[in-house]
Design a protein around this ligand. Structure first.
Ligand code: DX5
Ligand code: ZN
Length: 215
């Protein structure tokens, strides 16, 4: 897989929320392909972040697709609101979908959006097999979801080749958590073609070089 096909999705969880428009423009100008929006509800994960009104504001200013990562319980209750607010890709967690994975996939599709499904570190990749032909993207978490700035868990990335081998070629395999220039290389080598990075990009003095180093 050639590196120019790698989709870089900076996570605004590490941006300055008082300067969100500026921080979105900064990564767009530096070549970001998508903007990763981490939505946390304080139930599915032990942290609360941002929600629908912020996505609505982002939509007015962002030039690239909004990649919305729902770390919330009962995602089916909120998908319509995020779709209307301007999400372009909606990723939900397998663990939050209970026995309604197909229903949630269909719901996201009904808004004509790209569908992503994510698994936490301790979830086995086998659970994804029935859905690999139905979604556009699998998001492999390489940290426990909830916080930026955590250390990359290498064993999670080992799920990627298994998923790749069983998925259609068009499937996007995204990794999220602890991604920097070194861990990006590992993930790309294993078959990932989309990288989320928050603290590495926003913590860098030179955002453009940081994004280029991930590619
Ligand atoms: C974690 C979030 C990530 C987070 C990544 O729950 O899903 O998107 O912002 O942050 P870094 O890149 O700092 O690990
Ligand atoms: Zn995320």
């Amino acid at each position: 897989m050639s590196n120019d096909k790698i989709i870089i999705s900076p996570s605004i969880l590490s941006a300055d929320f008082t300067e969100l428009g500026r921080d979105v423009r900064a990564v767009e100008d530096a070549g970001a392909d998508w903007i990763h929006v981490d939505v946390m509800d304080g139930h599915f994960v032990p942290n609360i972040s941002i929600g629908v009104p912020v996505v609505k504001s982002l939509k007015k200013t962002a030039k690239v697709p909004l990649d919305v990562h729902l770390m919330i319980e009962n995602p089916e209750k909120y998908i319509g609101a995020f779709a209307k607010a301007g999400a372009d890709i909606i990723t939900f967690h397998y663990e939050a979908a209970k026995d309604n994975v197909d229903g949630i996939i269909d719901l996201i599709r009904s808004f004509d959006l790209k569908v992503g499904i994510s698994i936490k570190p301790k979830t086995n990749q086998d659970v994804l097999i029935p859905y690999l032909n139905k979604v556009n993207m699998v998001l492999v978490m390489t940290v426990e979801p909830g916080f930026g700035g955590q250390e990359f868990m290498g064993y999670c990335a080992q799920k990627i080749p298994y998923i790749r081998a069983k998925a259609p070629e068009s499937l996007i395999v995204q990794v999220d958590g602890g991604i920097n220039d070194k861990t990006a290389k590992i993930c790309k080598g294993l078959g990932a073609n989309s990288l989320v990075a928050g603290s590495y990009i926003y913590g860098s003095d030179d955002i453009k070089s940081a994004i280029e180093s991930l590619r």
